[in-house]
Ligand binder design. Structure first.
Ligand code: 15L
Length: 268
């Protein structure tokens, strides 16, 4: 169990869309927030340490985890892209992160996985984290690798990880698919805080979604995290349905949970 506030929390991917949100919101969890990215991190707040680092740089990642109590790992590629950047940031980068955690004795990691680990399930199916992976692209496969890697580091070294298969975390749902996949920023914060404060996490996989009326994901097996979403996509439904009154059911993006990711690429 990590005492809150902990001494030092590392947030990777701190310059990204969700990183910017959590950088501000995780301040009460720690005395020092170490923030990292390859993109510009701006100026350091008084409680912050800025540590630009590329995840594929083994030595840089080893230094990044020194003196850290826990990690919120958002860094890496977060969309479907060619193999090379995914290999570097999500495969090699995840390995570098877990090796650094092992060497420095870091005990807990919150790993930003993605709903695209299971994007090739259909939108008329309700699935749970224990169901087999059906990634919808290289990005989803790389997140599945991160989940497996983290399970190995828990089984072998006892490093706890909460893998969050984040749905669509934006200020509001952008299309009808996101009525099921939306995760509000406030619920994202609640979820990450729950992962940091739960007495025991072990190795857990949970979907990151708000309390949406339409849902494809069953988080029952992750209830020990203590996450209770408080927002819902429902207030946005009428406007989204008016904007998209008909759906092309022959479109794979309408048939499958991964939406447009299922038909993105190949890039060669
Ligand atoms: C993701 O994994 C992406 O990082 C994000 O940009 C969204 O597209 C989201 O999935 C989604 O499925 O909506």
């Amino acid at each position: 169990m990590i005492p809150i506030p902990m001494n030092r929390l590392l947030l990777t991917g701190a310059a990204g869309g969700l990183g910017v949100q959590l950088r501000r919101r995780l301040k009460p969890c720690c005395r020092t927030l170490r923030v990292s990215d390859i993109a510009d991190l701006g100026a350091a707040a008084p409680h912050e340490e800025l540590r630009p680092a590329a995840l594929e740089d083994k030595a840089a990642v080893l230094a990044l985890l020194e003196g850290v109590d826990a990690v919120v790992h958002l860094g890496g590629v977060s969309t479907e892209q060619p193999w090379e950047p995914i290999l570097a940031a999500n495969i090699v980068g995840a390995y570098n992160l877990y090796e650094a955690a092992r060497k420095h004795g870091v005990r807990r990691i919150v790993f930003a996985s993605s709903n695209h680990v299971t994007g090739f399930y259909r939108q008329d199916e309700v699935i749970a984290p224990a169901d087999p992976v059906r990634a919808d692209g290289l990005y989803g496969l790389s997140k599945a690798w991160g989940e497996d890697l983290s399970r190995f580091y828990f089984d072998r070294y006892g490093i706890e990880t909460a893998c969050l298969r984040i749905g669509s975390s934006f200020p509001e749902p952008r299309d009808r698919r996101m009525l099921a996949t939306w995760l509000s920023y406030d619920d994202l914060e609640r979820l990450v805080r729950a992962c940091l404060t739960a007495p025991v996490v072990g190795h857990t996989i949970a979907y990151g979604m708000s309390d949406n009326t339409t849902s494809w994901w069953d988080n029952t097996a992750a209830r020990h995290l203590g996450f209770r979403p408080q927002d819902s996509s429902e207030p946005f439904r009428a406007a989204l349905e008016a904007r998209q009154p008909t759906l092309d059911r022959d479109d794979p993006a309408v048939a499958f949970q991964g939406g447009a990711f299922v038909r993105t690429g190949p890039f060669e």
